[in-house]
Design a protein around this ligand. Structure first.
Ligand SMILES: C[S@@+](CC[C@H](N)C(=O)[O-])C[C@H]1O[C@@H](n2cnc3c(N)ncnc32)[C@H](O)[C@@H]1O
Length: 403
């Protein structure tokens, strides 16, 4: 079925949304608010429909020509049709509405989204290096739904150093891997430490190669942070200092107000101890808790040099179940997209923590967790967004909650 729809707004996930003549909502990939689009329905459900644009009849002034020839195929940058300068404004509206809908609450009036470079920003990526029978070595992104690979030569959101590294080294990495594998496809994590030094990792990498090729050191806000390409690290180093500054402000404000103390910093979902490392001088005691064993040696190294520091390799919920937090410790949580495990949240609520600094990469689970904190007496003191992933609908968020 084909119908003409006015796009009212963008929704979480970046699709445009219009209303069908019968009142149902229709999600339109690539549609922008204010546009009149001829839409071909692809899904027609009881409560909603989904369609694709057959023709744009009235165009938004904020629509631009996507820069990347793989737009619409690779699936990675679904907002490239929206002017870079306007993306944060649109996402702000999406997040305000998302929070209203999911948490029945308002984001603070001064909620803003920090932005950085729109292109060449992404310093961490997972690519597939592969070879077809008799062909050259190629590389590309794995498609989200089909497991196929979209080859690229120059991805405009990757840092120039990552693009150059791939074009110069893909064959060498593939040959190195073929020494000990029969497969013709290799999933590789790549990391640019911000100085153009690239580390990489693939599953099964021998220890000697790991030492030589996977390790990295990132210099950020006066700290040197050891990591490697097999574990999590933030993927927008240009904008990361803004997030660090906001977390530092939130910590300092908490201590100054007495809501939190400098006796103990608990950094949950700590990765390689990133936040604890940049905050270490403020605290008498530090605990980092991270589930991925690969992070432990880095967390230890990053926080070495004395003081009362404990680096724990365990799920945060297990650590919380076994340890009593009986002072108003400064707590930072930075969970994965799934948000806080319910038992971790319940344990935090029952502890003596009165202030939570919550860094999130998924506004939906953040809103869900917020409602549970609110029901136990916490209020939202501060909210900030960080456009870590331009041209995508993803956003990094910081909430400060207190009771
Ligand atoms: C978004 S990353 C944040 C890492 C770190 N804060 C940083 O900025 O580099 C989330 C981290 O949580 C870890 N993780 C996931 N589930 C966990 C759990 N249940 N308990 C502890 N760590 C977990 C992941 O391995 C990942 O390192």
């Amino acid at each position: 079925m084909i119908l003409d729809l006015h796009i009212e707004k963008l929704v979480q996930g970046g699709e445009g949304m219009g209303r069908m003549p019968d009142g149902r909502v229709c999600f339109v990939r690539g549609g922008l608010p204010g546009e009149l689009c001829r839409v071909e329905l692809l899904q027609d459900k009881k409560d909603f429909a989904r369609g694709r644009i057959a023709k744009i009849i009235e165009k938004s002034p904020d629509r631009v020509e996507p820069r990347c020839p793989l737009y619409g195929k690779c699936g990675g940058c679904s907002l490239q049709h929206l002017s870079s300068e306007k993306q944060a404004l649109y996402l702000e509206k999406v997040e305000r509405e998302n929070f209203r809908r999911l948490a029945h609450a308002e984001l603070p009036e001064n909620f803003k989204i920090w932005t950085g470079p729109a292109w060449g920003y992404r310093n961490r990526a997972r690519v597939v290096i592969y070879k077809k029978k008799g062909g050259d070595v190629l590389y590309g992104f794995r498609m989200q739904k089909s497991n196929g690979v979209i080859p690229f030569q120059n991805c405009p959101v990757l840092t120039p150093a990552l693009n150059a590294f791939l074009s110069e080294n893909a064959t060498k990495i593939f040959d190195e891997f073929k020494h000990h594998s029969k497969s013709f496809e290799l999933d590789v994590n790549l990391f640019d430490n911000g100085r153009g030094e690239i580390s990489y990792y693939y599953k099964g990498m021998p220890a000697s190669e790991f030492k030589r090729n996977a390790s990295s050191v990132v210099e950020i806000v006066d700290s040197k942070i050891c990591s490697d390409a097999s574990v999590f690290f933030q993927s927008n180093l240009s904008l990361l200092p803004a997030l660090v500054q906001s977390v530092q402000n939130a910590v300092d404000e908490g201590i100054a107000s007495g809501e939190a103390c400098d006796e103990w910093l608990i950094d949950l979902f700590s990765g390689v101890g990133f936040f604890a490392t940049v905050l270490r001088n403020r605290f008498k005691r530090i605990t980092t808790v991270e589930r991925d064993d690969g992070c432990l040696k880095h967390a230890k190294e990053n926080l070495s040099g004395g003081g009362n520091v404990e680096n724990v390799s365990a799920p945060a919920e297990d650590w919380l179940a076994k340890n009593v937090v009986d002072c108003p410790a400064t707590l930072i949580v930075d969970p994965p997209r799934t948000g806080l495990p319910p038992s971790a949240l319940e344990a935090i609520v029952k502890s003596s923590v009165n202030r939570i600094i919550y860094v999130s990469c998924d506004p939906v689970t953040l809103a869900r967790d917020f409602t549970r904190f609110r029901d136990t007496g916490f209020t939202l003191k501060k909210a900030e967004g960080f456009a870590f992933y331009p041209h995508t609908p993803h956003l990094e968020m910081l909430f400060v909650l207190s009771r």
